[in-house]
Design a protein around this ligand. Sequence first.
Ligand code: DGL
Length: 269
Amino acid sequence: MSEPKVKVKRVLFFDSGVGGLSILREVEKLNPEIESYYLFDNECFPYGNKSDVFIIKRVRELLSEALSKFELSAVVIACNTASTIVLNVLREFMKIPVVGVVPAIKPAAQISKNKIIGLLATPGTISREYTKNLIRDFASDCEVIKIGDANLAVIAENRLSTGHVHSESIAKIIRPFTQIPPDERPDTVVLGCTHYPFVKDVLQTLMPGVNLIDSGEAIGRRVKDVIANLPFLEVDKKNNKAMYTGILTSYEERLNMVRSFGFNDLEKF
Ligand code: DGL
């Protein structure tokens, strides 16, 4: 007798590196029916300091290839640096829902008491029109102090792979917040890069009492709405799959890391 089939909705998470796993873990909490595919573009990591033209071309190519290879229910661009520039382009040619991850400016503005918000993100995300519009539309009553840094994602990436984190480098990066006189500092800081939740404990120690807001839970809810009416796919067994581009140095380290997020395999895309 053949085994009964398992019903899943297959969601592809995309990021330049491991950051999207912070989104994936929140999405999975609220959406137990999903089978997660995770594609990270380690070949071109980090995206934070790459040009708009480069990111648009690269993400469009990878996502078109993913669409032709797999039967997908939906895609989550689990990267602020990519989402703030490619969402429209992707939605033009993809026939499935595309959920983007962008800085959580709106909830931060709602929660802030002193109406001074910090935005910590990559240089790309900070400079985007998309981000400027979010601030104009949702935080016009706030002062927004921005830090655009390309290295913090690298520090978080290394921490997840090796377990080591260099707190002094993080302290230096966030100095534009911490060197402000105490009563003029942001009481709320947006973690505008999906890598940053993996160094949230260090950030919190360096900025005690500050609300650190990321987009994870909100994306979990968004995915729930978006996939609610999509048909199930029938598979023999749920098989969460992680994939990398290019050459992966320290494969074993990465494999162990993705296993801790529930993936069985780590394979070349
Ligand atoms: N995780 C990405 C983000 O949310 C980008 C990190 C990078 O590649 O610079 O912005």
